[in-house]
Each structure stands twice: as C-alpha cells, then as structure tokens.
Ligand binder design. Structure first.
Ligand code: SAH
Length: 428
C-alpha cells in the first residue's frame, strides 16, 4: 500500500510541479519519506532516516523534507517538534495535498502539517496511475473498521472507504491499454470492498473481480489483504467461475489458538478459518494459501504457540510473514499485561519461521516437473541474461528465454528446480 501511495505522490508532483526523480538524496530539492507504523521498529527507523538527511539542508538551502504515511498520521506536530527541519507532514489520506503543502512551505517558509481525513475522495484528485510493467496494483478501498486489538491501522488510515466500481474498472481499462496483464487489488481489508456508488451496498469484491475478468488484456487477478471474517460464500464461488483469479490467497490468521484469536478480537475461530480453506480447496485443490502470524501476543502460552505450529503443519502454508507482537499506540492490546519474555518471543519466532520456510519449500518442490502458467515480469535479478516470471502462487521463476523478449506475456514454463527463494524453469 505504501509503495502504491509513493507512486501516486510521484505522479502527482511530476504533473503539478514538473519534478523528476533523482537517484540520490544529495541531488534532491524535495525528499518525501513515506512511513509505516504497523510495528514500533518501522516507526523508529523514521527518525534515524531523518537524522541522516538533516545535514543535506546545509548544502542545499532549497531542500524541503516531508514525512507522510502512518507515522505522520499518528505523530502529527510531534514530528516537527522532534525534527524541526521537517517542512511538511501529511497522512495517508492527504497525499493529494502534497503539492499545495509544498507551495505553502516555499511561500511562507513555515512547516505545514495536514494529517486530516478529508471527506473529499482523494482518488478524484490523484492522476490515473500509468502502467509500469505488466503487473499493477490498483487501490480499491482503504482503512479498516475491524479494530483488532493489536492493530494501529484504523487509527492511522481511518475507517473503510471504498472507491466506486466504475472508477476502479476505468482505471483497470487504462492500465490494460498500457500493457498491464495482471492487477493486484489493494486494501487494508480488501474483502470489505463495497461499490460506494451502489445504494444497496451489495456489490462487493466478488462482483468487482467478475467485472474485471471481462476487461480485454487482463488475464490475472490478485487481491491483498483479505480478512477471514468477511471471506463469504460469494467470494469463494468466484474461484469456481473466474479462471483469471489466481489460485493463491493471502489470508492472515495471526495465531492457531482460539484463545489468542479472541484476545486479538479477530472475530473468527480456527475452525471457521479452516472451513474457508476447505471450501476453497474443494473448488481449487491446488490453491496456495499464505498468511501473516504474530507471536508473543500478551498471554500467549506455550500451548497456544504449539497450536500455531500445528496449524502451519495442517494447512501447509506457502510463503508467509511472521512478526513478534509490537504494542501500538491507541490499540486496546497495548494495555494488556505482557508476561512473555522477549527471549521466549524470539525463540517462538525462530521456530515458526523455520516451520513456515519448510512448508513453503515443500510447495516449491512439489511444483518441480509441473507446467506452470507464468507472467514474464522482467529481467532476472540473478542473471541479466535471463528473464524472471511469476507463477500463480507468486513464486519467482528464472529462465532462459533464448534471446526472445517475452516480458509482459504469459508463457507456460516447466519447473525444473526448486531453490529456497526461487524456481528454475524452461520454456515449453
Ligand atoms: N488487514 C490485515 C492486516 C494487515 S497488517 C489483517 O487484518 O489481517 C500486516 C500484518 O502485520 C498483520 O497481518 C499482522 O500479522 C502484522 N501486525 C499488525 N499489527 C501488528 C503488531 N502490533 N505487532 C506485530 N505485528 C503486527
């Protein structure tokens, strides 16, 4: 989401002020730091990074520095208090105001802070994104109303707001014309999407996926991140009807213990989570499931943690993310008594990550010998003489294209080798 927002800011400033992007901060007249506050570590990085840029102002008096994103939303004026050389502070909902904030800074020479949640739809102001490669993110909704006890998102990005279906489809059509073959629908809670112009509020993500599949050129559809609480029958049925929708779902579960899920206020049980996966597997037996996990949540016992490990074994997750619990401002969990030592948390994270790694590698090894429909996304990072493609479950495949430029096209590749972080393929 932040990557997407950063690109929008770039497009906007190019359009409004004729800025161009330079490769190193010494050459810049404006530096924007787009921040994340999902965990404390990400937040601390912000002030370290700002410290590194402070002296650049001595060398270039024209330089302005801005901080956007969720740390900005959370800290507001405090950022300027702690780092007075920061000129503009804006939140995730005011990125469209960056050009006018920048103008205000240059004309008044005073720091500008705008972390409001304006009612005007920011997407109406932002220029339509241009295509940059065959795969493109499309933001369809923002914010979250779920208030999981550990999560800062509702406080920093605000409540759920969906874009009108028509606007999203127009954006996808424009991208398809520019060569995009795969769209990734983005949102903090993407399955809460509801066409905001539809008065019945009935037209959700399932409907959006069906309409998108009809757009010429779009042959692959992904979405992230979804919440198990709203993964309804209509969405499950789309897997039966729409082959463009990939056989890969990222569905964060956070913990394998019902007790912890309840303390996290996730609004679903492990049994309900497994039922979603069962239903998906009945339609698509090979569907790959990935997830997010938090270890060391306050009150997590060894027994709770063992249930998480057992879930990993039972489901056989693909490439997943796991984190040590980090208390966040304004969340209800931050006041819970935390009786799990940091050493124990680290130990659990290590065990979980090793188990997840094995599980994902098992899936990669099972793919060896199979034919996979892959989207060729660019040049291989390992060997510039080779190309890189992505499978449906988003694994990187490096292959020799025998000199043909296949970037932007789908090809059937035979998987010949599995490595821990990538696959090798050959053209069929
Ligand atoms: N909307 C998604 C969450 C996206 S945030 C959902 O509800 O599942 C991405 C991931 O960051 C979360 O899935 C969670 O695993 C992790 N995360 C969020 N808050 C955290 C916290 N306070 N401490 C540690 N990890 C956290």
């Amino acid at each position: 989401m932040n990557e997407y927002d950063s690109n929008r800011m770039k497009d906007l400033l190019v359009e409004s002020h004729g800025f161009s992007v330079v490769n190193n901060p010494e050459e810049a007249d404006l530096i924007l730091l787009n921040t994340c506050s999902i965990r404390e570590k990400a937040q601390e990085k912000v002030f370290h990074q700002l410290g590194r840029w402070k002296d650049l102002k001595k060398r270039n008096p024209k330089l302005k520095i801005g901080v956007g994103g969720c740390v900005a939303s959370q800290e507001g004026e405090n950022i300027v208090k702690r780092a007075p050389f920061v000129d503009l502070v804006f939140g995730p909902q005011t990125i469209h105001r960056v050009p006018s904030l920048y103008d205000a800074v240059t004309s008044t020479d005073k720091s500008q802070v705008d972390i409001s949640f304006p009612k005007t739809e920011k997407f109406d102001v932002l220029p339509n994104p241009s295509s940059d490669g065959p795969s493109s993110y499309v933001s369809i909704m923002e914010g979250c109303n779920k208030y999981c006890s550990f999560c800062v998102v509702p406080h920093t990005r605000g409540h759920e707001i969906s874009r009108p279906l028509e606007d999203v489809l127009n954006e996808v059509k424009g991208l398809a014309k520019g060569g995009v073959r795969e769209v990734i629908f983005l949102g903090q809670n993407v399955n809460a999407y509801r066409d905001s112009k539809d008065k019945t509020k009935g037209l959700g993500l399932a409907n959006l996926i069906k309409s998108t599949a009809l757009i010429k050129g779009i042959d692959r559809i992904r979405f992230t991140t979804s919440h198990p609480f709203e993964f309804g029958e209509d969405l499950i049925n789309v897997y039966r009807e729409i082959p463009e929708l990939v056989s890969h779902v990222h569905l964060p579960v956070q913990s394998g213990s019902n007790q912890i899920l309840q303390a996290m206020r996730r609004r679903h049980s492990i049994e309900e989570y497994l039922e979603i996966i069962n239903n998906l597997r009945q339609i698509r037996p090979d569907v790959s499931i990935s997830s997010d996990f938090i270890v060391g949540f306050p009150g997590e016992t060894d027994e709770d943690f063992q249930k998480t490990l057992a879930l990993v074994n039972q489901v056989g997750f693909d490439e997943s993310y796991s984190f040590i619990y980090s208390p966040r401002p304004n969340t209800t969990a931050k006041d819970l008594e935390d009786n799990v030592s940091i050493d124990e948390k680290k130990n659990r994270l290590e065990l979980l990550q090793s188990s997840l790694k094995k599980s994902a590698f098992r899936i990669s090894r099972r793919m060896v010998g199979k034919l996979e429909k892959c989207l060729v996304t660019g040049v291989s990072k390992k060997d510039p003489g080779e190309l890189q493609a992505r499978t449906e479950n988003n694994k990187v495949v490096n292959f020799n294209s025998e000199g043909n430029n296949l970037v932007g096209e789908f090809h059937i590749l035979k998987i010949v080798e599995a490595m821990p972080n990538s696959l090798r393929g050959v053209i069929c």
